[in-house]
Design a binder for this molecule. Sequence first.
Ligand code: C5P
Length: 202
Amino acid sequence: IRALTVAIDGPAAAGKGTVAKAVAAHFGFAHLDTGLLYRAVAAKTLTGMDPETAARGLAPADLEDPTLRNPDVAQEASKVAVIPAVRAALVRFQRSFATRAGGAVLDGRDIGTVICPDAPVKLFVTASPEVRAQRRFAELTGKGIEVTYESVLEDVHQRDLRDMSRDQAPLKPADDAKQIDTTEMAIEDAIAAAVALVEAKQ
Ligand code: C5P
C-alpha cells in the first residue's frame, strides 16, 4: 500500500470522524482528529488561559482530557478557532502529522484547503443539520451527557455559522474535494466510497 495523505473536512457531526477512523484502519495510516486540538485549547481558555498561550503550549496529554467531547467545549472551540494566532500555532503539528512516512488521515474543517492543499485524496462529508444533530444527540446521551435534541441542533447551527463565516480558513470544500452527503446514506457506504477513492490513488 502506498502511504498517502487523506484530507477529510465537513461540518460538525457529519460522520467525518467515523469515516476518517475507518479509512485509517483499512490502510494502516495514522489518524488525527484535528477538532481535538481546538477543543483542547478551548478546555484551557474555559479555565481562564489566554487562547494563544494555550495553543502554543498544547501537549499530547492535553488531548486525552475526557471533557473535550462536552458541548460547552465544542462551542468554545469554534470561538477560539476564529483567532488567527491560535490557528497559526497548530499548523506545524498538523502538517508534520500529515506527511509522516506511514500515511495519514486528518479530519477537520480546513485540511483540504489550508493544512494539506496538496493531499491526493480530499473528501468533504456533509449531512443535513437535523440529521447531524440527531446523531450527535444519540452520541452524547449514549455517553451519559445530559442534553436535549433542540440544544444540540442549536449548537450545530451556531458552530456551522461561525465555522463558515470566519475570515481565516473558513469551512468550505476544496475545489478538488469529492463531496459525500451522508444524510440518507449508511455510514458503511460513506466509508466504502472513501476507501475506493484512496484505492484509486494506489
Ligand atoms: O470537529 P470538532 O467538532 O471536534 O471541532 C470543534 C471545532 O474546532 C469546530 O467547530 C471548529 O470551529 C474547530 N475546528 C477548526 N478547524 C479544524 C478542526 C476543528 O476550526 N481543522
